[in-house]
Write a protein that binds this ligand. Sequence first.
Ligand SMILES: [Mn+2]
Length: 506
Amino acid sequence: MKLSDLLVYNEIWIQCHDNPDPDTIASGFALLRFYDSMGQKVKLFYSGKTKISKTNLLIMTDALNIPLEYISPEEADNIEVPGLLLTVDCQYGSGNVTGFKAKNIAIIDHHPMESGFGTNIRICPGLGSCATLVWEMLCEERFPVYEDRLVGTALYYGLYTDTNQFSELFGSEDLDMRDSLNIDYNIMQRLRKSNLSLRELEVAGIAMNNYYYNKDHRYAIIKTLPCDSNVLGLIADFLMQVGEIDLCVVYNEVDDGYKLSVRSCTREVNSNELAAYLTQDIGTGGGHYEKAGGFISKKLFESRYIKMDPDEYFKICLSEYCESYEMIYASYYEFPEGKTVKKYCRVNTPIIIVRPEDFLKAGSMVTLRWGRSTQDIEIAQNEYWALERGGYVQRFSKDIFVKCFERTGEEIPDDYSDVPGFPTVRDWQDGRVYSLVGYARVCRTKGVLKAEGMRLTRNVKLFPEWEEGRYISGCTGDYLMKSENSKSFYIEPGAFFEKNYYPDEE
Ligand SMILES: [Mn+2]
């Protein structure tokens, strides 16, 4: 669905979810401005038992001139929405949005699909905020978002609050929006300073008194009373200061599900991966190595884990996760004896290699983005990147580069354009974005690249010799490889392996 598809309705009512948060208000507001500019009759409103009272929301609606109306649930019973009812950051028929009678319904949301009401639906669960989705849809319509600073500030604040002040931010679309909006820094400053209320200070205090601690795996779980999701992040950050805690999940219940913040301060667990694990098939989750967040849909949770308490779920899941991996420390690993390990050759096609130190300092933190995937990387000394055609980046050391590859001076092979967009790297320090196309070296392997390999029959975490602080994940079905030349271990995704390796017949 595109925004222009809805222009057939002369009147559009845009509904935020009950207990509105900055993201739903921002999304609704941007849509209001769009349809207003197209000459539609538009109304922006929310319902539910309570009217907004939190300082940040009052500043937001006041400073950005957002005409947000409140309709009580009693009034709602007597209203039939004329034209179209459009719910944003929520789905018509869900528990967190008061139902209105309406003949035509549209949905724009970033939560997991629940009801499937209506034909005009656009749901993108991978995005950090609904604001991002609305921003993308406005860009599709060539609406000049950059010229509207009020809308820009609203969308920015929507993403800011939905991703715990950008600390749990993931996804290239979210970063694209954040980096391109025109915002009012004074208003943003006021909003930043009013994120929490005194009530939430108390909630945080109570929560920290009631933690669950697992001694074997050194993780903590905390459930808080209802509060702004930013509080979850703050508590989780606080827990990471505790010596005995390596890993934590802080969550609370909202109308339609559970919000969670995940933190890790141990190299054996990547928060981003853990958040995805906890929310798999029942929500969305992601973030960075140390900080991540997520959302679990109550409907999906209850249909899958009948009668399970979320607290129980997190305990089981966390322990299961901690036990589901075999750790491989490459510096002192050896393949198991037996015939599971075979010799392979790699197809010798031109490959793009980049040396990040051509434009960045070793030790810098960067986010690498390619197609739909993003990866946080701390640049190691003398590391090289091979841009693999599957749209992922294989990292290795200079020794391997010198031993195995040579520059051929060929043009960038055509099939690289199969992955949309050339990879870019964003330096965390100064925000500069580099396109890797300028640093691409087209290479081929010297002779045939040979490697031993073994199909993984369980999940592993591989800590390569040249970067011992972070691991590379391999799943059942992927291949653990050891290059014959360099003797170093690496992982090839299963699908990629099938295409690019053949048995060494010698
Ligand atoms: Mn949202």
